[in-house]
Design a protein around this ligand. Structure first.
Ligand code: ADP
Ligand code: ADP
Length: 225
């Protein structure tokens, strides 16, 4: 588990600045949801935490380590993004195990971790199925399982539910919140859906034009809009 800290974080594409020096401390075990209009910089911020975008200025810390120059794989974060890539020719079990593909763990330890993740995500009866025989929500859980087995220090979610229908979204909101409660892991979550923010966040970060407008618990944000 770890804190995520942004210090004077800046991002420019060419000469255009899109993130204007933001400061934010996400506490160990905190669930923070980024909201704001399309183009305000939510996804770019998350991608910089992930290491998928270079930082133009300022610092990103994970725990007590500055990670600006650290390779994404070395950051030990789980990323669950909208276009979850699960492999159609592999079973659920194999898809989850793929997260441990290059892990030095023994075969038995890997199998145990996959079973544990499957159980935690309610996938046990589905472990031998192919993704084609799963619902959208179940597939999303496979993607979460694959990230989870790596024992990440935190999770990054970028609009993970936008491809799901309303009923599945409602169910997955509860499941992700529940997962957070059980794992106690730090989560940074991007969405444009206010209901997701309200129901899941410990704290909502409202962004606009590359700035943070507000960072507060849901009740405070929506009582004083
Ligand atoms: P959000 O996730 O809040 O919708 P983004 O972080 O995707 O916003 O984008 C923030 C701004 O950065 C937008 O103005 C967008 O057009 C711009 N942007 C994002 N990615 C690139 C890129 N690869 N090249 C140039 N501009 C980009
Ligand atoms: P590779 O060198 O093939 O990327 P890794 O052990 O780094 O080996 O990753 C194996 C697989 O685990 C990846 O292809 C991807 O499916 C999944 N994976 C890797 N990193 C992450 C991550 N941070 N979050 C979620 N899944 C990941």
């Amino acid at each position: 588990m770890a804190t995520f800290e942004l210090r004077g974080l800046i991002k420019a594409y060419g000469k255009t600045r899109v993130i204007h020096g933001i400061d934010l401390l996400i506490a160990d075990g905190e669930f923070v949801v980024f909201v704001g209009p399309s183009g305000c910089g939510k996804s770019t911020t998350l991608r910089m935490i992930a290491g998928l975008e270079e930082v133009t200025g300022g610092e990103i810390r994970i725990g007590d380590r500055v990670v600006n120059e650290v390779d994404p794989k070395e950051r030990n974060l789980a990323m669950v993004f909208q276009n979850y890539a699960i492999y159609p020719h592999m079973s659920v079990r194999q898809n989850i195990a793929f997260g441990l593909y290059t892990s030095p763990l023994s075969k038995a330890d890997k199998a145990r971790k996959v079973d544990e993740a499957g159980a935690l995500l309610g996938l046990t009866p589905l472990l031998d199925r192919r993704p084609a025989a799963l619902s959208g929500g179940q597939r999303q859980r496979v993607a979460i399982g694959r990230a989870m087995v790596r024992d990440p220090v935190g999770f990054l979610f970028d609009e993970p539910l936008s491809n799901l229908d309303a009923q599945l979204r409602a169910q997955m909101r509860i499941e992700i919140k529940d997962l957070h409660r059980r794992l106690g892991t730090t989560i940074a979550y991007v969405t444009h859906d206010q209901v997701e923010a309200m129901t899941m966040a410990d704290r909502i970060v409202v962004m606009k034009d590359g700035h943070i407008l507000q960072a507060a618990p849901p009740m405070e944000i929506y009582d004083n809009p």
